[in-house]
Design a protein around this ligand. Structure first.
Ligand code: NAX
Length: 325
């Protein structure tokens, strides 16, 4: 079977490395499909990455056909089928994600061009590096031959945080919960929305009450990353790698279980009146035709206010990087 080529940028980092192991172990495409890894790092990290890859090879993963380590964009992006774009600086203590815009934004015009020129034309792209939504926009604008529908930003970690928090509150299993949604930016303005959520077939908001929803749940999900940073002094890593895999699998295999997931997607033609030139997290379903935003949801006034606040932040982020688009 022909190996699938997977690019992981920032491969030596705290999110990149667990991702490297999971992809090598067959977590993406199952236990029959070989994979080839193309790992991109900045030059100064290559010796470190070489050591990491020695360890990786020592695992003798049966599906791992080949590993390339490089800081060269043409080599890294050449013929790739999947791109996990993780390489960027993480948020440090006291920093908000918007502070990262300046530092990280400039990485992505060149990577967008390399994606355009060297990747397989059907490549699927997942932007993880922050600020993920706006970085995805920069990549997309610099890759005019790749459809924006093939580029996504990750809000799956926020989605799973919301699922887990609701499961704990209602003493349910995560698998009992459906129709949680994350709207907008992967940042503290995101709107984790329970207004359509169901637990064991019952309306979630009837089980948890409005006060918990507004005062504990929403702020809890919005600020979870900051809380983890406070405790660990570094941002999430294993959970982010696992959610990156989940994001890809729901896209590749589909969401045919009557539920939806949240993904940052290009907002053109969206049914909720959001600015049409953003990567914005919506509830989506995935099937053989690709990713579609869930339509016809009734958006109450509170939800619309929350959605507009996160839209405003994304528009402001876009303004800051407009010279890179
Ligand atoms: P680390 O600092 O551990 O790793 C980042 C790696 O990227 C480093 O090894 C660095 O050398 C490399 N890198 C930097 N510039 C690069 C470039 N131009 N080309 C290739 N590689 C480059 O950070 P880590 O904790 O792994 O976080 C990586 C990114 O993911 C950060 O931007 C972080 O904010 C973001 N995150 C996004 C999440 C999401 O849900 N969307 C959650 C997890 C994570 O915080």
């Amino acid at each position: 079977m022909k190996p699938i080529k997977v690019l992981i940028t920032g491969a030596a980092g705290r999110v990149g490395m667990p991702l490297v192991y999971r992809v090598s172990a067959g977590d993406l495409f199952g236990l029959q499909q070989p994979v080839e890894l193309q790992l991109l790092e900045i030059e100064s990290m290559l010796p470190n990455l070489e050591g990491e890859v020695m360890e990786l090879r020592d695992c003798a993963f049966p599906l791992l056909k080949d590993v390339t380590i490089t800081s060269d964009l043409e080599t890294a992006f050449g013929d790739i089928d999947v791109a996990f774009m993780v390489g960027a600086s993480p948020r440090k203590k006291g920093m908000e994600r918007k502070d990262l815009l300046e530092a990280n934004g400039k990485i992505f015009p060149a990577q967008g061009k390399a994606l355009n020129d060297f990747a397989d034309k059907d490549v699927k792209v997942i932007m993880v590096g922050n600020p993920a939504n706006t970085n995805a926009l920069i990549v997309s604008k610099n890759a005019p031959d790749i459809s924006p529908k093939q580029i996504t930003s990750m809000s799956r970690l926020d989605h799973n945080r919301a699922l887990s928090m609701l499961a704990q509150k209602t003493n349910a299993y995560v698998s009992d919960i459906k129709r949680v949604a994350i709207w907008g930016n992967h940042s503290p303005t995101q709107y984790p929305d329970l207004s359509h959520a169901i637990v064991h077939g019952k309306r979630a908001l009837d089980l948890v009450g409005d006060d918990w929803y507004r005062d504990t749940f929403i702020t809890g999900v919005q600020n979870r990353g900051t809380e983890i940073l406070k405790h660990l002094g570094v941002s999430s890593s294993i959970s982010a790698a696992i959610c990156t895999i989940k994001h890809f699998k729901s896209w590749h295999y589909g969401t045919n279980n009557g539920d939806w997931v949240s993904k940052g997607v290009y907002s053109m033609d969206n049914p909720y009146g959001i600015d049409e030139e953003l990567f914005f997290s919506f509830p989506v379903i995935c099937d053989e035709f690709g990713i579609s935003i869930v339509e016809n949801l009734k958006i109450d006034d509170f939800s619309m206010q929350m959605i507009k606040a996160t839209e405003k932040e994304l528009i402001a982020e876009r303004d800051v990087v407009k010279h890179l688009l």
